[in-house]
Design a protein around this ligand. Structure first.
Ligand code: ADP
Ligand code: MG
Length: 236
């Protein structure tokens, strides 16, 4: 739409693994300040899309632009410096570090004092200060999800990619995460997340994309997307 300010543009991105097509000319945009969601069945290319945006994978075709700059061939570190943070579908916390150490370890650019200060603020904001001195290996699955979010926020991203932040956790914790994401968005963060459950996506997203077999089959207002017969057919 005219006047729309997109922080992220994915333009016709394709990716194959051997003979398997993971993404097939997928295009989408994320408006600055929005909460944008991607849903799709398992294997539809969601994580591959994130890995390409974050620079962890290079596409076979198409382009990625962040803040209007072509980042298609940029390294993950360059994309991180561009202001993109991410959480992983499978936790990447260090088992043999405490939660606080896990957060401080990621903040290379900051002094230790600043990093510890920032980590404390984030633990407080996410209501997980009680976990500060626990080992990574001691955390429950749901606790890991929260610590992963805190860790991604350490670098003060302007765009955050969240790969299934709600998967496998109880509805109460899901609702807490929704509230935190809402607060972050009100503070100016753009959120782009993957999920496979409709409930949260409908509740949270401004705009929703549906992937099926590597293609974007629907986009728009979440309620309209849910009502789309093509989505029902591909997804349910
Ligand atoms: P989703 O996150 O939607 O479940 P993925 O992006 O993980 O889907 O995977 C999309 C397709 O690409 C799947 O068929 C998957 O098996 C395949 N795929 C993903 N990553 C790899 C890889 N590193 N090597 C081979 N195939 C892969
Ligand atoms: Mg995935």
């Amino acid at each position: 739409a005219p006047g729309r300010d997109d922080i992220l543009v994915v333009d016709g991105v394709s990716k194959r693994f051997g003979g398997r097509v993971a993404l097939d000319a997928a295009s989408l945009t994320v408006a600055r300040g929005s909460i944008t969601g991607v849903i799709g069945p398992n294997g539809s290319g969601k994580s591959t899309l994130f890995n390409i945006v974050a620079g962890a994978l290079k596409p076979d075709g198409g382009a990625v632009r962040i803040n209007g700059r072509d980042t298609t061939r940029h390294s993950p570190a360059q994309i991180c410096r561009e202001g993109v943070g991410r959480t992983f579908q499978i936790s990447r916390l260090f088992a043999e570090m405490t939660v606080l150490e896990n957060l401080v370890a990621i903040a290379h650019g900051k002094s230790d004092v600043q990093a510890v200060e920032r980590a404390r603020e984030l633990l407080d904001f996410l209501e997980i200060t009680a976990l500060r001195d626990r080992w990574g290996s001691e955390l429950s699955y749901g606790q890991r999800k929260l610590v992963e979010i805190a860790r991604a926020l350490m670098l003060e991203p302007t765009l955050m990619l969240l790969d299934e932040p709600f998967a496998g956790i109880n509805p109460r914790l899901q609702n807490r995460i929704v509230e935190h994401l809402d607060t972050l968005r009100r503070d100016g963060l753009t959120l782009f997340f993957i999920d496979h459950e409709m409930r949260i996506v409908l509740e949270v997203c401004d705009e929703l994309y549906v992937l099926a077999e590597g293609r974007v089959i629907a986009r728009g207002d979440p309620e309209a997307v849910r009502a789309d017969p093509a989505v029902a057919e591909a997804y349910f």
